[in-house]
Design a protein around this ligand. Structure first.
Ligand code: NAD
Length: 391
C-alpha cells in the first residue's frame, strides 16, 4: 500500500509507520545528543503516544535511563487502513527501548477507566514494586465516568459571548475570520470533567490505596496559558476552566501525597503543533506567527526540546522546583517573553491570506503537522509500498 496524508477539516486520517518510527528515532537522537539527565528510574506516562507525553517518555528513557510504563488510547491497523500515529510511535518506542536494553511496556486502553488503572497497578507491582514519577499528559475530547458510566464531552468554546477572530486553514493557507458561539452552561462542566484534574487525582489516589507510591513520589501534568489574543477561546474559554481545575488539583494532590513526602506539579508548556492543539480554532494562526518570531530569535523549541528542558532545569530529583506565584512550572517562559509577544502581536494585526506565508511560519506549522503523522520525514521513500502487517 502507498500511504499518503488524507486530511479532512484539519484532521489527518492516515499515518505512515516508517515515518512515525523515524520521527521517534529522531527524538531519541536529540535527547542523546543533549546528554544524560538525572531522573527517577520508574516512570509512568499517561498519554504516552504522541506530543508532550511521547517527548516526556523519550526523555525519561533515553536521557534519564528510566524504565517506563506508558498508557495511551490508539487505533491499530486494519487491512485497508493505517493505524493512528500514536500506535506506530508506541511500537517504535518499545522497539528502540528493547534494542538498548531499557525496560518498557505499553498499555493500550482508556486511561479514564478503572480497568486500565488496575492493569497499570498490577504491572507496577509485578515489575517495580513502586513508581517514582507519574507524567499525566492526556488530551481527549471524551471521558466516561467510571463511577456512573456517564459520557462527558469537552468543547473548545468561549464563555459568555461569541468570539470573532482570524484563523488559518493550514493546509490551503487561507486566513479568514471565524466566529465561535459561546458555550452553554451545560458544556462547561463536562469540559472540566474531561480535561480537568479529576482523573489525575483518581490515578494518584488509586496508586496510594494500592501502596505503590515510592518515597518522594512526584507527579506532573501539563497546562497552557498563552497570549491575550487566544484568551477568549483558550484561557477564558471552556478549556481554560478545565486547566484552572487541573492546576488547582496539584495542591490537593500534594496534600494527598504527604505520607510519602510527594509533590504534584503543573507545568505550563509552550504552544506546539500536536494532534490536540491543531484542532483548536484561532490557535494555529497564533502558533504560525509565534514560530516565525521564535525561530528568528533562535529560541524555537518542539515538544522534545521542551520536555528535555523541563527535566533538565525544573523537575530535578531531590531539588526544589522553581515555580511561579501560583505554584506552576513555567517552560512557556520563552514564548511569553515581552519581546516575543509584542512581535507576534504586531504580525497578528497585519496578517492576511496574501501575506501569511511571508509573515508567519505557516510552512513550518504544516510540516510539523505532517511529521506528527509520519509524513514529510527526511529519509523516507513515500513512493514505496508499505506492508502494513509488518508494523
Ligand atoms: P496529543 O494529542 O499529542 O496527546 C494526547 C495523548 O493522550 C495521546 O497519547 C493519546 O493516546 C492520549 N489519550 C487520549 N485519550 C485517551 C484515553 N481515553 N486513554 C488513554 N490515553 C488517551 O496532545 P498534547 O498536545 O501532547 O497534549 C498533552 C497535554 O499537554 C494536554 O494536557 C494539553 O492540554 C497539554 N498542553 C498542550 C500544548 C500544545 O500546544 N499542544 C501546550 C501546553 C499544554
Amino acid at each position: 500500500m502507498i500511504i499518503e496524508p488524507k486530511i479532512i477539516k484539519s484532521v489527518c486520517l492516515t499515518a505512515h509507520p516508517e515515518g512515525c518510527e523515524k520521527e521517534v528515532e529522531n527524538q531519541i537522537g536529540f535527547v542523546k545528543g543533549q546528554g544524560a539527565l538525572e531522573m527517577p528510574k520508574r516512570i509512568l506516562i499517561v498519554g504516552c503516544s504522541t506530543g508532550f507525553g511521547l517527548a516526556s517518555r523519550i526523555t525519561a528513557a533515553f536521557a534519564g535511563g528510566a524504565e517506563t510504563l506508558g498508557v495511551s488510547f490508539e487505533k491499530g491497523p486494519s487491512p485497508k487502513r493505517t493505524a493512528s500515529p500514536g500506535w506506530y510511535n508506541n511500537r517504535a518506542f518499545d522497539k528502540f527501548s528493547k534494542r538498548e536494553g531499557i525496560k518498557s511496556f505499553t498499555i493500550d486502553g482508556d486511561a479514564f477507566s478503572d480497568d486500565v488503572k488496575s492493569q497499570a497497578i498490577h504491572w507496577i507491582k509485578e515489575n517495580w514494586g513502586q513508581v517514582d514519577l507519574l507524567v499525566y499528559s492526556l488530551a481527549s475530547p471524551v471521558r466516561v465516568d467510571p463511577e456512573t458510566g456517564e459520557t462527558y464531552r469537552s468543547v473548545l468554546k468561549p464563555i459568555g459571548k461569541s468570539y470573532t477572530a482570524q484563523s488559518v486553514d493550514f493546509m490551503n493557507q487561507t486566513v479568514n475570520d471565524v466566529t465561535i458561539e459561546p458555550a452553554d452552561e451545560e458544556e462547561i462542566a463536562p469540559t472540566v470533567k474531561v480535561m480537568g484534574g479529576e482523573d489525575w487525582m483518581r490515578w494518584t489516589s488509586q496508586f496510594k490505596s494500592a501502596g505503590i507510591l515510592a518515597e518522594g513520589f512526584r507527579t506532573v501534568s501539563y497546562s497552557y496559558i498563552g497570549p491575550d489574543v487566544t484568551y477568549p477561546v483558550y484561557r477564558e474559554g471552556t478549556i481554560g476552566k478545565a486547566k484552572e481545575n487541573l492546576e488547582n488539583s496539584a495542591a490537593a494532590l500534594t496534600t494527598m501525597l504527604k505520607d510519602v513526602h510527594g509533590q504534584a506539579f503543573v507545568s505550563v508548556n509552550k504552544a506546539l503543533v500536536t494532534r490536540a492543539s491543531s484542532v483548536i480554532p484561532v490557535v494555529p494562526l497564533y502558533m504560525a506567527l509565534l514560530f516565525k518570531v521564535m525561530k528568528e530569535k533562535g529560541i524555537h523549541e518542539g515538544c522534545i526540546e521542551q520536555m528535555y528542558r523541563l527535566f533538565k532545569d525544573r523537575l530535578k530529583p531531590g531539588k526544589d522546583v522553581p515555580v511561579d506565584e501560583k505554584g506552576r512550572i513555567r517552560i512557556d517562559d520563552w514564548e511569553m517573553r515581552e519581546d516575543v509577544q509584542s512581535a507576534v502581536s504586531d504580525l497578528w494585526d497585519q496578517v492576511t491570506t496574501e501575506n501569511v506565508s511571508d509573515l508567519s511560519d505557516i510552512k513550518g506549522f504544516r510540516e510539523d503537522y505532517l511529521k506528527l503523522h509520519g509524513f514529510n520525514v527526511d529519509g523516507i521513500d513515500y513512493d514505496k509500498e508499505v506492508d502494513l502487517s509488518a508494523f
